[in-house]
Design a protein around this ligand. Structure first.
Ligand code: ZN
Length: 372
């Protein structure tokens, strides 16, 4: 088994566990910084390691287009190519195909789209997407899913579930033909309709994956509907398999999702916001470009132990941001990722010591996701 539960919270569905991958273990609940092109924007791998990063998320769509899967394979696979020894999860590219590519055509045999780089027509079957990720050598491979925007008419959602299930089955068949210790996870779709989500989950359970992702969220749906789907999914998904909520990253969403049994998260929020000068602190968000920080001697967050907060004032960070220094992106990203990874460490500790709901209350009381 690739997943082992270590501790369960008696008052919620929160749990800690360990996912074993070919490149080591991931202690869950865990957050994976987004390294679409094989690099977390603004940081060196050594900095990511110092921050306690357990795994990275790379994007097979981007690596497939450039430098190309054959190139990565020739250079020893994605771990060797980017020189990262820990686990790597690769996204199937479903979301990128539908969001970046013009003229996407979905057929039962696969997806046809235009490259967002040069407009050339590309066809990919679910089998191709498995092959791409096997050749990349990522530890956790995602099956190709059919992603639809929010809101979508019921008929379109229904079709997305039907095709996602069909592709999931074909992905598993292709994967099962390979001799590999990589893990294959399936993605559920169905929007905010529980009937369709239920159908999607049941179809995927029948195929049997190493883990299950909840896809198609974080695209403008009402939060209450997301939480309702997570709560209902919790009772249907097997306890003994890891669960991944794709692309969601607000701390309040993370805490609520962990409570509903989610183990894995990824999001561009901490890194992208860092580069645009929005920094997360235990007391709320800070927009570092604000004039009021021009002479502020305090660190971003007085309780933070990161390199940025231990060494630099808000005034200096504002100055770097205003002057568009490269070090602004670096120092801001160090802080925001530290903030996220630290919360996940606290979450794991709290679940182990049976105090998760108390921790959640403390964080939410201290922190409002607005300008402090
Ligand atoms: Zn800090």
């Amino acid at each position: 088994m690739s997943f082992e539960i270590k501790a369960s919270d008696s008052n919620s569905s929160a749990r800690t566990g360990i996912i074993s991958t070919p490149h080591g273990r991931i202690e869950t609940p865990a957050f994976g910084p987004v390294a679409s092109q094989g690099s977390v924007k603004g940081l060196l791998h050594s900095q990511l390691e110092n921050l306690g990063t357990q795994f990275l998320l790379v994007n097979s769509y981007h690596l497939f287009l450039r430098p190309g899967v054959e190139v990565v394979k020739k250079l020893g696979g994605v771990h060797s190519f980017i020189s990262w020894k820990k686990p790597i999860l690769s996204d199937s590219g479903g979301f990128q195909i539908y969001s970046l590519s013009p003229l996407v055509k979905v057929k039962t045999k696969g997806v046809e789209f235009s490259s967002h780089l040069d407009g050339s027509r590309i066809s990919l079957s679910p089998e191709d997407v498995v092959d791409i990720q096997i050749n990349l050598g990522s530890d956790i491979i995602m099956a190709l899913d059919y992603f639809v925007p929010f809101p979508s008419p019921e008929e379109k959602l229904k079709e997305a579930v039907k095709i996602t299930s069909l592709w999931a089955k074909r992905s598993k068949t292709r994967f099962a033909q390979q001799s590999t210790s990589q893990l294959l996870w399936g993605i559920t779709q169905g929007g905010t309709s529980w009937d369709l989500r239920e159908k999607s989950i049941e179809d995927l359970l029948e195929i049997d994956f190493d883990g299950y992702a909840i896809g198609g969220f974080g695209i403008g749906e009402p939060r209450s509907q997301l939480m309702e789907i997570l709560e209902k999914s919790d009772s249907l998904l097997p306890q003994e398999k890891p669960r991944y909520l794709m692309g969601m990253g607000y701390v309040s969403d993370i805490l609520d999702s962990v409570e509903k049994g989610i183990d894995i998260f990824d999001c561009v929020l901490p890194t992208r916001n860092a580069r645009t000068g929005t920094l997360f602190t235990s007391k709320g968000k800070i927009s570092i470009k604000n004039q009021k920080y021009a002479q502020d001697k305090k660190p971003l967050d007085e309780t933070c132990t990161c390199y940025t907060c231990q060494n630099f004032s808000r005034a200096y960070l504002r100055h770097l941001y205003e002057r568009q220094e490269i070090s602004s992106a670096i120092l801001n990203t160090i802080h925001n990722l530290h903030f996220y990874l630290d919360i996940f460490q606290k979450i794991r500790q709290a679940i182990q010591s049976k105090t998760f709901l108390q921790l959640k209350k403390n964080i939410m009381n201290k922190k409002e996701e607005k300008e402090s």
